[in-house]
Design a protein around this ligand. Structure first.
Ligand code: FEO
Length: 396
């Protein structure tokens, strides 16, 4: 597989149609993914990134059908995570002395993963590598996605190789942004940002401003996952700027788990109250024990406010809700409001526990929350509707 991109630049990666979980089992990939690797055949030949380890042999064999591997002069490792560096050990068996250009942190990470003393060349922002008539310029991009990440820019062809940034987990044979279903593409882009890049939003914003300040033309953005942005690549940069700055839509997401349906009844009646008070707000409900966690996180990312509910069990909360709260704490959402709810039979701590967790996760908790003793009766249901009306105003 070789896909021509521009001039002497080609995609030589792997489309993984089967992938359904990424980062172990942490991230759902309903539409698979791609591991993008790029070959630049100028006076000097450079290979940018490789593919995930399970495809190492297939990748190197494919590469050998495209070019005599010994003609590769430089390997660029924009990011050392296994999905991009996984084929390096197999590749380096063929060309053990070939120089690998990466950041100083990239050397630490690659050495930590593979325990090999390869011919590393650390680079910093502004360093250049001549390929003959064109050059690669390196730009460190720590935390987009890990501390070792860098971008590189190919002069004359005006291509930015951005690694994880601007990517999506999206398998497609089309490979270019203008050829795919736009709704699918943007759904995967926002899911990727929400679940992977949200904690680093201040750095995303800063890095984009830094790259824009270089004032160099960017005709194509070659990411490491999903499509290549060749048609109006600025659109995804603009989206990132929006997403990195306390992004919210007019949406309230209600997330809960329920043992005997009481907390579900509360969720649905709180939602009724919200819509009675505000017909324009988009209210979405998810039982976190049944919904896909990463899809729910994407909905939270899009929301101006969330309601989180759990019954009390063993003086605590249900584990599905506890896991979600742990995850959103790490994601460090900004500028969102929240409140808690839940049924109880005896001790009734759940609402307090959820509120504390939401607060420590950076949400502005606007109300002490609402509890319902036992199965909600008509009075409790009315109270939930009134609570929904109240928080609809507080969330405005
Ligand atoms: Fe696609 Fe951070 O690896």
């Amino acid at each position: 597989m070789k896909l021509h991109i521009k001039s002497n630049v080609s995609w030589v990666g792997k489309i993984d149609w089967e992938l359904r979980k990424f980062h172990g089992d942490e991230y759902s990939t309903h539409r698979g993914s791609t591991y993008n690797s790029y070959l630049i055949e100028e006076g000097k030949v450079a290979l940018i990134d490789t593919v995930w380890a399970p495809f190492a042999k297939e990748y190197v064999k494919n590469l050998g059908n495209i070019i005599d591997i010994k003609k590769i002069d430089y390997i660029i490792a924009n990011h050392a995570e296994i999905d991009h560096s996984g084929a390096l050990p197999e590749l380096m068996r063929h060309i053990p002395d070939t120089p690998i250009y990466c950041t100083a942190n990239g050397i630490k990470s690659l050495t930590g993963h593979y325990h090999q003393n390869w011919n590393f060349h650390p680079v910093k922002t502004g360093d250049r590598l001549s390929l003959g008539k064109k050059e690669l310029i390196f730009i460190e991009a720590p935390m987009l996605h890990w501390p070792d990440t860098m971008f590189c820019y190919l002069t004359s062809d005006n291509i930015l190789f951005s690694n994880d940034a601007f990517g999506q987990h999206y398998a497609t044979e089309f490979m270019f942004n203008d050829l795919v279903d736009q709704a699918e593409l943007m759904a995967e882009c926002i899911k990727y940002y929400a679940n992977i890049l949200t904690p680093f939003s201040p750095l995303v914003d800063k890095k984009i401003k830094e790259v824009l300040s270089f004032n160099v033309p960017v005709d194509i953005i070659c990411t490491s996952h999903g499509v290549i942005w060749r048609n109006n690549p600025v659109q995804i940069v603009d989206q990132y700027v929006k997403w990195a700055n306390s992004y919210k839509e007019n949406q309230i997401t209600v997330v809960y788990d329920s043992m005997w349906n009481g907390t579900r009844v509360m969720a649905e009646n709180i939602a009724r109250g919200i819509t009675q008070s505000d017909q324009k707000v988009n209210v979405k409900l998810y039982n976190i024990a049944k919904a896909d966690k990463n899809d729910v996180i994407t909905e939270i990312f899009k929301s101006k406010a969330i309601l989180v509910g759990s019954p009390t069990i063993n003086r605590g909360i249900l584990t599905g809700v506890a896991a979600l709260l742990e995850e959103i704490k790490g994601l460090r959402f900004q500028g969102k409001k929240a409140a808690a709810f839940g049924c109880y039979g005896w001790s009734g701590e759940s609402v307090k526990i959820i509120s504390q967790n939401l607060s420590s996760a950076g949400f502005q908790v606007v109300d002490e929350g609402i509890r319902a003793l036992w199965n909600p009766d008509s009075k409790s249901i009315e109270e939930c509707i009134e609570f929904g009306k109240k928080v609809a105003e507080l969330f405005k």
